[in-house]
Design a protein around this ligand. Structure first.
Ligand code: SF4
Length: 192
């Protein structure tokens, strides 16, 4: 097990790989989110692992915001992501560069069928708004096209820390646990 900072760096490297593969999939299939959609951030049943929010927690600590976020999470009574903002003052993910793995993968990633072949599910909004584009992407995949596979990326995440990378839980709880990991590590061990 490496140091906490080494873990953060490895997760950030994995995030960059995800982002690159998602970009390639979007370009290859001329597909993208609808402008100002963010419907997926409003779901209240998103599951995530604490590990994927470790980079967020680390940066919150470095900015001196860790305890403030912990307090917010302790006082929230919503299952919707605490980072999602929808108000006249702003809109969308307020921590976009350090969002989780699921946030990056959702909508443009695949699962696998019983033969291990990748399958593109697409989100409800895209299936309704651009069914032909989604269908073309699926056909392309059957002919050998590429798509980031969710389970493969979560397996890679879990190699960084099998305990915190394998446990799925409601999104806000995963964020809180990530903050607690950094809190106990940094506050008690006084990391640099
Ligand atoms: S972290 Fe950001 S991208 Fe992920 S669900 Fe929350 S608001 Fe959406």
């Amino acid at each position: 097990m490496g140091s906490l900072y080494q873990k953060v760096q490895r997760i950030e490297t994995l995030q960059k790989t995800v982002d690159r593969e998602i970009r390639q999939f979007k370009l290859a299939n001329a597909i993208n989110c609808l402008q100002h959609c963010s419907e997926c951030c409003r779901y209240n049943d998103i599951q995530a692992t604490p590990l994927e929010f470790l980079p967020f927690a680390w940066h919150a600590y470095r900015l001196g915001q860790l305890e403030c976020w912990l307090e917010k999470l302790e006082n929230t009574n919503t299952d919707q992501c605490i980072f999602y903002l929808s108000s006249p003052d702003g809109w969308g993910c307020t921590v976009y560069p350090v969002r989780g793995l699921i946030c990056r993968l959702f909508g443009f990633s695949g699962s696998t069928d019983k033969n291990g072949n990748p399958v593109y599910g697409a989100c409800r909004i895209l299936k309704q708004a651009m069914p032909e584009t989604v269908e073309k992407a699926r056909e392309k995949l059957k002919k050998g096209g590429k798509i980031p596979v969710i389970s493969a990326f979560y397996r890679r995440l879990a190699t960084i820390d099998p305990v915190n990378g394998n446990e799925f839980m409601p999104l806000n709880l995963a964020i809180k646990k990530a903050l607690e990991i950094v809190y106990f590590h940094c506050v008690y061990r006084e990391c640099a």
